[in-house]
Design a protein around this ligand. Structure first.
Ligand SMILES: CC(C)(COP(=O)(O)OP(=O)(O)OC[C@H]1O[C@@H](n2cnc3c(N)ncnc32)[C@H](O)[C@@H]1OP(=O)(O)O)[C@@H](O)C(=O)NCCC(=O)NCCS
Length: 155
């Protein structure tokens, strides 16, 4: 596995991954708009295709997961974080957040912040493991009425 920055050319593949992760995906256009914002950047994890995939004529790298971030003043916001369902629990999410932590420290940013659905157990466990702490709650933040938990990772 290797980690690298997201480029605009990656967006079609990222939109497919996002569609497999979210019930209300942003889609290519919104992902592109987010990545185009001043202070935005993305990281992705990719891996060489498996022997089975190569046997089917598929060559090259497969993107396993990605995250988009936005620097706003003294904090780095996590805009989105998605890992392909077939590649979860392999440390991809953790690796993406660790990279964000290193980038943020180099930028002298003191915290990473995000919103997460109250019922998103896997994400909440990942964030807690990384050192994020709950700092607030936004009632009925999502369209379906679910609350958002606000979390910060002090660096
Ligand atoms: C949340 C998500 C990004 C986690 O990605 P991942 O690559 O599977 O996470 P990791 O393998 O790095 O997991 C790191 C730790 O998080 C916790 N964790 C992650 N998924 C978990 C699960 N399904 N159940 C319990 N704990 C989980 C564990 O503590 C895990 O460490 P361990 O495997 O050593 O026990 C992934 O499930 C996902 O893409 N979900 C859909 C999109 C989403 O909810 N994004 C977050 C929006 S705020």
């Amino acid at each position: 596995m290797r980690i690298r920055l997201v480029y605009m050319e990656d967006l079609p593949q990222l939109a497919l991954i996002e569609a497999s992760c979210s019930e209300s995906p942003w889609g290519i256009k919104m992902l592109g708009e987010a990545l185009g914002l001043e202070g935005a950047f993305g990281c992705l994890i990719e891996a060489e295709k498996t022997e089975a995939e190569k046997g089917k004529g598929e060559e090259g790298q497969e993107i396993l997961g990605f995250a988009l971030f936005l620097k706003v003043w003294e904090e780095l916001q996590v805009l989105t974080l998605c890992v392909l369902p077939g590649h979860r629990r392999k440390g991809v999410g953790r690796m993406l957040l660790r990279e964000a932590g290193s980038v943020a420290k180099r930028m002298k940013i003191q915290k990473i912040s995000l919103e997460v659905r109250q019922g998103n157990g896997p994400a909440l466990r990942l964030y807690a493991q990384m050192g994020f702490v709950r700092v607030g709650l936004r009632k009925a933040y999502y369209r379906d009425g679910e609350d958002a938990i606000l979390m910060d990772w002090p660096l």
